[in-house]
Design a protein around this ligand. Sequence first.
Ligand code: WQD
Length: 345
Amino acid sequence: MMDILEVACLILVTGAAGYIGSHTCVSLLEAGFDIVAIDNFANSKPEALSRVQEITGKTFSIHSVDMLDAKALDAVFAEENMEAVIHFAGLKAVGESVAQPLRYYENNLVSTINLCKSMKKHHVNKIVFSSSATVYGAQEQVPLREDMPIAPVNPYGQTKAMIEQILRDIAVADDQFGAALLRYFNPVGAHGSGRIGEDPQGIPNNLVPYVAQVAVGKRAELTVHGGDYDTPDGTGIRDYIHVMDLAEGHVKALSWVLNHTGAEAFNLGTGKGSSVLEVVHAFEQASGVRIPYHIGPRRPGDAARSFADPSKAQQVLGWRATKTLDDMCADTWKWQKQNPNGYGE
Ligand code: WQD
């Protein structure tokens, strides 16, 4: 059970309509925080925020703002008196970032710099940043710990590592500044209501949304990227974490950063690895649908294994993931079945 706040605290959530943003908004509101939502809806839909309000029975202000527009962003700070920021907004497709590096560097870095400048101007000095395990790059050593070297291997991962560094440097310059840098592993699943979930535009890059679309007949079959890795069944191993566990991790990180200064990175993972074929079989169990697949070539840049050592988040934030792979598949399937076209056109 989450601690309910005595005094309402207003939190800016950037990228609030996105997959992890929308689920985190539910957890923030249920924990007693008030929120201000910002999104440019380039990769998301306002319907997601309407459903957050439906699920929680709470309303909040929504600003359709592109964070590259420094003036429009600053106007939100002038209008709303926020205590802290949770920063999700950013482009996040690994393959796209390799093809369009300048677009990724400009979008992710300039929007964050605009955010930090408005935070400074309006004396908001606490941030929870949506980072990613992708900053570790293709490390062969697992489990991954926060003190391991950062070695991103694509522009998307580089932007996450650079933003972590920007926030660390601000924390050195300003002794009132606090930043929690949350390195997500593989977020999957959906809110138990089936009303919000992952709504990828176009062909899903990620495994679980692709498998879900095969299960509903939207895709013919899954291509397993590589069957000859040095793993028990030859397929890639990842640390899948339920998006609601991830959302709760943000609430814990927010409570921590409101009472601390300095910048700290935290792995948000389960500490358990699952292979591609284990995910496929778990999804077949959850959905009752056979998932046709064939083994294709390895995907460039993929590591054989990636999973977290989540002990720092457990010890410092008092957070740990509780949901299982079966929960993730069951909740994904419920969302996918109830919303075959996501949030619609
Ligand atoms: C998982 C496993 C694939 C699709 C990515 C980003 C990372 C983060 C999470 C943002 C791998 C295999 C996948 C398919 C497959 N995103 N796979 N067939 O690559 O671990 O991480 O998403 O922060 O930055 O890199 O996730 O879901 O793409 O792949 O066999 O059609 O599934 O090879 O082993 P990944 P993924």
